[in-house]
Design a protein around this ligand. Structure first.
Ligand code: AMP
Ligand code: MG
Length: 408
């Protein structure tokens, strides 16, 4: 069995970089940026009022309260047609350019109009107060987003402000997905005795889409080598072929022989991981092939730890792995497997530290327990048990940030 870290390195090494393409900003969400984005402007582009109030000269109001002559008004979107001289002020709105001569803005709440042409400034103001100076955030020519960034709403804002109506992103990897198993029936079916609904197909497709892939569903095939090989053939045009089930040591685990029949070469077929020891990775021509264990939790966890990073690497993403944090365990965890174990858990911040409560789970078939987890506590192979109160590493799952905050 191959150590997890070694298998991870092999997967990343084999994952080829995809070409990039231009997309409209509206279609850029969750894509991976394939260019360094440079600002064509100083930001702010001019000295900008940060408050509604009066543009003035700080030295005129050192001995506040002080009365100033109001010479006019500057609104957002207007270039000022006035200047502010000694003893003068101009009404100014948030987002408007500071008129020449003024060096600061006094917020309107700290002023009192005397009449139409005079205002009393009630307290002194520091030079530069309530003004965002030109170029103080970004200078024209600065790199504001680096290639490899996954485009999130904050990045969309930066792209928009940089004038990027179109943006270069990595092409989406195409993932072909095949589900195997004599017992597997469609979601809409009521399973007959001995049958199981296909949960891996939809779950893995969803994981692949969240990792940026375009998914082609190859369907469900029974445990017959010819049927598997024939279905797999249709997936070889994809960048990545993912197969669920049929990779354990049983008599009807025929994915490996079917892949061999198609000329695949394997880089590993077993990884020292729990859940999910049988995990096949190889190539078939230009296509990367993953054979995931059929157990639903194993399939999802091995996808998250190996397939997702490969898909992100192909898209040139800088961050490939899920975030990992140190957590204090609220309950004991056993690991008699001799493999690196990933235990479903709920992590949250409590009293200034991250704590993890293992989710009660019946094992790698318990997809309902897995759906309650927002993290996986990682227990090294040589650690047979970890007591409550001890510290462990946790991988935060994709739902961590959207977690509903339900009690542990
Ligand atoms: P396998 O890896 O094919 O030996 O399957 C291991 C376990 O996972 C068995 O209990 C299967 O019934 C179950 N299983 C396999 N494929 C799926 C699937 N697509 N959806 C849900 N459960 C599955
Ligand atoms: Mg099977």
């Amino acid at each position: 069995m191959m150590p997890v870290e070694e298998a991870f390195e092999i997967v990343l090494r084999e994952a080829p970089a995809l070409p990039d393409e231009a997309v409209a900003l509206d279609d850029a969400l969750s894509r991976v940026l394939a260019e360094d984005v440079v600002s064509d402007l100083d930001l702010p582009p001019f000295d900008r009022a940060a408050m509604d109030g009066y543009a003035l000269r700080a030295k005129d109001v050192v001995a506040a309260p002080a009365a100033l002559d109001v010479t006019g008004e500057v609104r957002a979107g207007q270039w000022p047609d006035l200047t502010v001289g000694p003893g003068q002020a101009a009404r100014i709105m948030t987002g408007a350019p500071l008129p020449p001569g003024a060096d600061s803005v006094k917020q309107v709440e700290k002023t009192q109009p005397l009449d139409e042409f005079r205002v009393t400034i009630l307290s002194a103001v520091a030079e530069g107060a309530n003004v965002a100076p030109r170029g103080s955030e970004v200078r024209a020519g600065d790199v504001v987003l680096a290639r490899g960034r996954v485009i999130d709403p904050a990045a969309i804002a930066v792209l928009a402000s940089s004038g990027k109506a179109r943006v270069r992103v990595a092409r989406r990897p195409v993932v072909a997905l095949l589900v195997t198993g004599d017992e597997i029936v469609e979601v809409s079916a009521t399973p007959a005795p001995g049958q199981i609904r296909n949960s891996n197909g939809p779950a893995v497709a969803a994981q692949a889409r969240l990792a940026g892939a375009e998914v082609r569903i190859l369907g469900v095939v029974p445990d017959r080598q010819e049927a598997i090989a024939e279905a797999l053939r249709a997936g070889l045009a994809a960048d990545v072929l993912v197969v669920s089930g049929g990779v354990s040591a049983g008599d009807y685990d025929l994915v490996e022989p079917a892949l061999l029949e198609l000329g695949a070469t394997f880089l590993f077929t077993k990884v020292a991981i729990k859940p999910g020891a049988p995990l096949v990775f190889g190539r078939c021509g230009e296509t990367l092939v993953f054979g995931l264990p059929g157990n639903p939790v194993s399939a999802q966890v091995t996808f998250d730890l190996f397939v997702r990073p490969a898909l992100l690497k192909m898209q040139g993403a800088r961050v490939l792995d899920r975030p990992r944090v140190a957590v204090e365990l609220l309950g004991p965890v056993k690991n008699r497997s001799g493999r690196k174990s990933h235990v479903p858990a709920r992590v949250r911040l409590e009293g200034g530290r991250l704590v993890a409560r293992p989710v009660r789970s019946m094992g790698s078939g318990d997809l309902t327990a897995h759906a309650r987890a927002n993290a996986l506590v990682v227990i090294e192979a040589e650690r047979p048990q970890v007591a409550a109160g001890e510290t462990a590493e946790a991988v935060l799952l994709g739902n961590f940030l959207e977690d509903d905050g339900a009690p542990l």
